[in-house]
Write a protein that binds this ligand. Structure first.
Ligand code: SF4
Length: 240
């Protein structure tokens, strides 16, 4: 039986984060997440219907009933033209790995994941062309689950690693609570699977790390792997 998925929204906009900032993408936002990050600003509860941005009337939304099958989502994606890729985002898209495997669009898939579900990662590894994988240093989990969380993160990066046909990079949201030692330890474990590391300053001002801390992190990580500081850009100019 083909898995259906509860989607929050499908829309066309511009990638606002990481090394592909500025490319035009279709976004497919899944509901549901297995983590509870302190800075999360994404609604994850399943809605009764999915908001779908009309291709002919930008910023105007129609409502499509949930749950949806892969063929219906293929059609929505293909209603947008000139797109670089399809961002599969959330929530946590890997909770819907079977659904992602059943998509048949020709547009390259760009997975944005919290990288904590290795069995699901295995199901989509030959399907996705880009992996924007998070390292969650503050995942909102009980203390006794943190070790397994980090093990799963390393396993996910090894499965979805950078290859000639898949660009895998890592994104770390840096807050005032980020530990430099923890950051360096995890990047040492995964750097061989990555094209680069993106340090993304947290957007919420009350949780912000100092610019000097961010620069110091970059300086230290450059001994290990290409590391860039790139803030979220879409919010700067009011894009979705
Ligand atoms: S992994 Fe993403 S969607 Fe899930 S709680 Fe963290 S920030 Fe929110």
């Amino acid at each position: 039986m083909i898995q259906e998925a509860n989607l929050i929204e499908v829309f066309c906009a511009v990638q606002g984060e990481g090394p592909y900032v500025g490319v035009r993408q279709a976004f497919v936002r899944f509901s549901g997440c297995n983590l509870n990050c302190s800075y999360c600003d994404t609604p994850v509860a399943p809605p009764g219907s999915c908001k779908y941005e009309s291709p002919s009337k930008p910023i105007s939304f129609l409502h499509v009933k949930n749950p949806m099958g892969p063929a219906s989502v293929d059609k929505l994606i293909e209603s947008y033209d000139k797109i670089h890729s399809v961002s599969l985002t959330g929530g946590e898209p890997l909770l819907n790995a079977d659904f992602i495997s059943a998509l048949s669009t020709d547009v390259p898939l760009y997975l944005e994941s919290n990288m904590t579900l290795p069995d699901m990662a295995r199901k989509v590894k030959d399907k996705v062309s880009y992996v924007s994988g998070d390292v969650k240093l503050d995942p909102g989990l009980p203390e006794d689950e943190l070790e397994l969380h980090l093990k799963n993160t390393i396993k996910c990066f090894s499965i979805l690693r950078n290859t000639d046909c898949r660009d895998c990079f890592c994104k770390v949201v840096v807050t005032s609570k980020t530990s430099m030692d923890d950051l360096i330890l995890i990047i040492e474990d995964i750097h061989r699977y990555l094209s680069c590391v993106i340090l993304q300053p947290v957007t919420q001002e009350h949780m912000a790390a100092s610019p000097s801390f961010l620069l110091d992190c970059q300086y230290r990580l450059l001994d290990i792997v290409d590391t860039r500081i790139i803030p979220q850009t879409h919010k700067m100019w009011g894009c979705l």
